[in-house]
Design a protein around this ligand. Structure first.
Ligand code: 3HC
Length: 315
């Protein structure tokens, strides 16, 4: 067990150090006990780099994989900036930042994920892209390795069915900004085993997150409830009920939301919001999930929110 509890500043880092020294998550494979030491993360975008950040900060060695070096460079720059933010807030020390960065190995060769003990996919939210990745991971990774997806709405059951190990496929849905948000939705596909669920849940706890169990259904719980709220806020703007600023003020001051729904939609990405609405519209078949025409038009225009410099607001 860790002996440095009293010496480290900040609650999070105290927990983090205790994880690092209290032994890695034990995994049982037959009679053999395996450690999760090396974690693969596919995708260095906002979610992927946040996930790599929390694993590295938690003492895990991370193989961060993306298709082009420039995406990896951008992801590592974001991780560095966010670790700096944590140093600035006295949550971690400069040495913690340096050792977290050292834990992350950026790669473009997906075959390198064969060395990993647990893999989280955080690639683009398109079914065809994830399908290809899951088939490839199934071929690459050792048979006992859990393949998790950070998908925000795509069926875990369908992703599992792309593999020969549907019992070891699960949803591990983090929230943006990943280093800050406590929640991890842990989603069971139809074939996900209890062992896979328990191991993934334990892993989330080791990262100092709070796992919440959810069954597989379009949008899970988080986006099934959140996205219609954001979509309805867009209808209110489109119909001239109020400006984007006014809608956001209503939710910040009246409901104590940290961000109004339109600021949040810009933060998540309007293309991501549209993709999720469409998955729910297709999967649940209820007209209440119809994407707001203004959302469709803005995505068509390339106004994707904060990341493109323009959404409901200009950045
Ligand atoms: N990395 C590390 N730390 C970060 C960070 C990051 N990327 N972004 C913010 N922080 C830290 C700050 O350092 C600060 O720390 P402190 O509390 O110790 O001072 C804290 O977070 C708050 O940040 P700020 O003071 O800069 O700004 P705010 O107080 O405005 O908070 C926010 C920013 C945390 C983003 C807050 O506005 C918020 O909680 N917004 C809602 C976010 C949300 O709803 N996320 C879920 C989106 S849905 C999703 O991800 C699911 C997907 O499937 C769509």
């Amino acid at each position: 067990m860790c002996t440095a509890w009293g010496k480290v500043r900040g609650r999070n880092i105290v927990r983090r150090v205790s994880f690092r020294h209290s032994g890695r998550l034990k995994r049982f494979v037959g009679a053999k006990i395996m450690d999760i030491k090396r974690v693969g993360v596919i995708g260095a975008g906002t979610m992927g780099n946040g996930i790599a950040h929390v694993f590295a900060r938690g003492g895990y060695s991370v193989v961060l994989c993306d298709v082009e070096p420039r995406f990896l460079e951008r992801g590592l720059a974001a991780i560095t900036k966010n670790l700096d933010r944590e140093v600035g807030k006295d949550k971690i020390t400069a040495e913690d930042k340096a050792s977290a960065l050292k834990q992350i190995e950026p790669v473009t060769d997906r075959a390198r994920l064969a060395e990993c003990d647990f893999i989280v996919e955080a690639a683009t939210e398109k079914f065809e892209i994830k399908t290809e990745i899951f088939r490839d991971l199934d071929r690459l990774a050792r048979a006992e390795v859990i393949l998790a997806s950070n998908t925000s709405s795509i069926s875990i059951t369908k992703l599992g069915a792309q593999t020969k190990r549907p019992d070891r496929v699960i949803g591990m849905h983090f929230f943006n900004p990943v280093p800050v948000m406590k929640l991890v939705e842990v989603i069971r596909g139809l074939a996900t085993s209890q062992e896979t669920f328990s191991e993934t849940r334990n892993l989330a706890l080791k990262l100092d997150k709070t796992p919440v169990e959810v069954n597989d259904a379009p949008g899970f719980v988080s986006n099934r409830v959140l996205m219609p709220l954001l979509n309805e806020a867009m209808f209110a703007v489109m119909e001239g009920v109020a400006t984007a600023e006014a809608v956001d003020e209503v939710f910040k001051l009246g409901m104590a939301h940290p961000m109004g729904p339109l600021t949040l939609a810009d933060f998540i990405g309007l293309d991501v919001c549209l993709d999720i609405m469409r998955v729910m519209q297709d999967g649940l078949g209820d007209p209440k999930y119809r994407p707001c025409p203004l959302l469709i038009k803005m995505v068509d225009a390339g106004w994707l929110g904060r990341k493109s410099g323009r959404g409901f607001y200009k950045y």
